[in-house]
Write a protein that binds this ligand. Structure first.
Ligand code: FMN
Length: 182
């Protein structure tokens, strides 16, 4: 099974990326993980004028194609002012001009985390509730509040046992036949 993984942020020390690094460790050995970095998908801010003048940027096509080549997608969202980061929204908007069903009917597991008690729950709710429009089937979702209290950066693992149980259950909710173990 090919799993596309990314943090929906461009922070160099991203806490969402740290969470995904932990998730990847929990996956079965036969899961082929492709982790992409949204810093590699920088492109002009979407506008209909730029699209008409220059077409779809190669980076947006690459993002779309990588989703198409995957069997499933794992994303962890950072929340900026209650919504997607600009970096994610931009690549998502460009990709939606290729096909509004950006995720091409793939199963997804969605996480979010933030440094505060909200845990990125607002952006996660937006992502979960819009899957039907953008072509993804949400198998599970989980928000991790107050990241630094709940994640041990030295061991790179969740230190809260109940959240850790929910996190593993979310990963296990990918179709069992797809070979994701947690
Ligand atoms: C412009 C900006 C807006 C933010 N807005 C929110 C917010 O709405 N909710 C929240 O929980 N954290 C917010 N934060 C704090 C983020 O949780 C924090 O920056 C976190 O590290 C982002 O995840 P990342 O490290 O994976 O990029 C904001 C941070 C920035 C820089």
């Amino acid at each position: 099974m090919r799993l596309l993984v990314f943090a929906a942020t461009t922070s160099r020390e991203s806490i969402n990326r740290q969470l995904l690094d932990y998730a990847v460790q929990l996956l079965a050995d036969d899961v082929e993980v492709e982790m992409i970095d949204l810093n590699d998908y920088e492109m002009p801010i979407y506008s209909i004028d730029r699209e008409q003048e220059g077409g779809i940027p190669d980076a947006a096509q690459d993002f779309f194609d990588r989703i198409g080549a995957a069997d499933a997608v794992l994303i962890s969202f950072a929340e900026h002012n209650g919504f997607y980061t600009v970096a994610y929204k931009n690549v998502f908007d460009w990709a939606s001009r290729i096909d509004m069903r950006v995720y091409q009917d793939k199963p997804v597991v969605l996480f979010s985390t933030s440094i505060g008690p909200g845990g990125g729950a607002n952006v996660l709710k937006t992502a979960v509730t819009s899957g039907q429009f953008f072509g993804y089937d949400v198998k599970a979702s989980l928000s991790i509040p107050s990241f630094h209290e709940r994640f041990d950066t030295e061991s790179g693992a969740l230190r809260d046992p109940e959240l850790d149980r929910q996190f593993r259950a979310a990963l296990a909710s990918f179709d069992e036949t797809a070979g994701v173990a947690a």
